[in-house]
Write a protein that binds this ligand. Structure first.
Ligand SMILES: Cc1cc2nc3c(=O)[nH]c(=O)nc-3n(C[C@H](O)[C@H](O)[C@H](O)COP(=O)(O)OP(=O)(O)OC[C@H]3O[C@@H](n4cnc5c(N)ncnc54)[C@H](O)[C@@H]3O)c2cc1C
Length: 289
């Protein structure tokens, strides 16, 4: 049962206006329900805006060199959608349990802005943009500029995240791995998303991002630059150097789920795993490595 001033608007503008008036957006509710339960315990009234019937938030549209994914698409739908990039489908497929994925949305995962949010490293590697809408204007922001800190975003009080835009790219191989205490329903301790293009055994393009080892997702742009132009089969011989570089880039902490030291070891091992996977599939492969 939900108490308080709740509404189920049909337009983005009405939802944005209700948010500006102080209501909390409710997408799948898997994160926000915890806040709701706490409010009930302390006798507060929670004004919610349910996004479920807002028009235009559940479409996937391909065209104009991009894929536009509505914010209210659930994790389950993403994993099954043929037009959504493999890397994102793989990352969303490891969020919680199957039941949770049936209601949890991509927009909710992004707006929660957890450093352990499972869609985020993949979105970072895909250089996704988010479309934000207020009653009066629309703006497009790169995903790494949208999340400004742990659980912090640049969303204005009257703005909704309405869609995620993934520009087309020429990346050929994708890789995603989540390390957690068990396969289902466990929050990430460390994760990695990567995409590469190898031509004639040479790394032409590579993108790498780590989750849960910093205040936000960490994209490794300096390491990516160093790796470009290198012969993929020579990488294993210089692995200690690359692992050291990874350890320098990440900023893990000790928390309930893990220690900083463990996270550091796992992150550099995941990097090694990627190099091994790349080498098994050289020269060209489309899809997941
Ligand atoms: C048991 C359990 C296991 C979980 N496991 C994982 C896991 O493995 N990996 C993982 O990444 N997460 C996990 N989560 C967290 C959560 O399920 C995800 O972050 C989920 O994607 C949130 O989506 P939602 O639609 O339920 O968001 P909601 O709970 O509805 O909303 C989350 C936040 O985003 C805001 N919001 C939602 N939609 C919009 C929008 N369109 N515009 C602006 N603001 C918006 C809400 O106001 C709220 O602050 C888990 C949660 C639970 C309870």
């Amino acid at each position: 049962m939900v108490t308080g001033t709740t509404s189920c608007p049909e337009t983005i503008e009405a939802a944005a206006k209700a948010k500006a008036d102080g209501a909390i957006l409710y997408a799948g509710g898997t994160d926000v329900m915890l806040r709701y339960a706490q409010a009930i315990r302390t006798g507060q009234t929670v004004p919610f805006v349910f996004l479920n019937v807002v028009n235009g938030l559940k479409d996937v549209v391909v065209g104009g060199s991009k894929t536009r994914i509505g914010a209210m698409i659930t994790m389950s739908k993403i994993t099954r959608h043929p037009d959504i990039p493999d890397l994102l489908r793989q990352a969303c497929g490891v969020v919680g349990s199957p039941a949770l994925r049936n209601v949890a949305t991509l927009g909710g995962n992004i707006c929660t802005a957890s450093p352990a949010g499972d869609s985020l490293p993949a979105l970072c590697v895909l250089e996704a943009l988010v479309e934000l809408r207020s009653p009066t204007k629309t703006r497009i922001v790169p995903i790494d500029k949208f999340i400004s800190g742990p659980k912090e975003t640049v969303l204005a009080p009257d703005e909704l995240l309405v869609a995620v835009i993934i520009p087309d790219n020429n990346l050929k191989c994708f890789y995603h791995r989540k390390v957690s205490s068990r396969t289902a329903n466990a929050i990430t301790k460390v994760s990695i998303a990567a995409a590469t293009t190898i031509e004639d055994g040479i790394i032409k393009d590579i993108r790498l991002a780590f989750g849960a080892v910093g205040p936000t997702v960490i994209r490794c742009t300096s390491l990516e630059q160093e790796l470009k132009g290198i012969s993929a089969d020579k990488l294993p011989k210089t692995m200690p150097h690359w692992k050291h570089q990874v350890a320098k880039l990440i900023e893990p902490i000790d928390d309930l789920r893990s220690t900083a030291q463990y996270r550091c070891i796992i992150a550099s091992n995941l990097f090694e795993e990627i190099v091994n996977a790349i080498n098994k599939r050289v020269p060209e492969h489309s899809g997941l490595i």
